[in-house]
Design a protein around this ligand. Structure first.
Ligand code: COA
Length: 183
């Protein structure tokens, strides 16, 4: 996937094996994993496996999360983008074969609007370039920042469901409503 998306402050590009150190910094931080099942990684090998899994999705599913690079510093700050969820292990709220929007950043880059900025760009890519009909989003109800971002980029709350005994909010946006109402 050679796509590059540029926003005002970020470059979104494919995730590379050379991002291993930054991906390790991201995914070994317990704060980052607080609302992701509390399972931070502990080795660089796990970071590499994660990168390889995303790169495999680019080839096999035609889409995957983008690495996000801060233009002003040139630093890798985390990832943001769309994923085609497929197969039993990726079923969520009873859905299989669905596109969701997601983001994960190193904490020193939180609170700058980067999740919102990158997610707006990837939703646009999803509807206009990839021609998806519906894009979904999920966030633990206690993950305030993520719920705010999903609402700000226009997703509509649908229902609450339980995932591993934790309450999660489920959102969706259909192409027919895209761009009509941003909250
Ligand atoms: C979720 C995450 C990506 C948000 O990134 P971010 O770049 O800080 O998000 P933004 O700055 O675009 O927006 C966050 C919004 O939440 C608000 N917010 C964050 N924490 C909040 C809190 N505790 N109470 C109220 N509002 C809060 C911010 O003020 C901002 O809203 P605003 O722009 O209206 O002021 C980041 O916290 C992260 O990487 N978390 C770990 C991974 C994760 O949980 N991913 C999502 C899984 S569903």
């Amino acid at each position: 996937m050679s796509t590059i998306i540029e926003t005002e402050r970020l470059i979104l590009r494919e995730l590379l094996e050379s991002d291993i150190n930054e991906m390790f910094e991201l995914d070994s931080n317990p704060l980052v994993h607080k609302f992701l099942g509390n399972k931070p990684i502990s080795t660089k090998e796990q970071a590499l496996e994660g990168i390889r899994f995303v790169r495999q999705q680019y080839t096999e599913r035609g889409i995957g999360r983008f690495a996000a690079v801060e233009k002003s510093s040139g630093e890798f700050i985390g990832w943001s983008g769309l994923k085609l969820n497929q197969g039993e292990k990726e079923i969520l709220n009873g859905f299989d074969n669905f596109i969701d929007v997601g983001y994960r950043f190193i904490p020193r880059y939180w609170g700058k609007g980067y999740a919102t900025e990158s997610a707006i760009a990837t939703m646009d890519y999803g509807f206009k370039v990839m021609q998806y009909d519906t894009i979904y989003g999920a966030a633990e109800i206690e993950n305030i920042a993520s719920n705010i971002v999903l609402q700000k980029i226009g997703l509509q709350f649908v229902n609450k469901f339980l995932y591993e005994d934790i309450e999660v909010n489920w959102y969706e946006l259909n192409k027919d409503n895209y761009g009509k109402k941003m909250s």
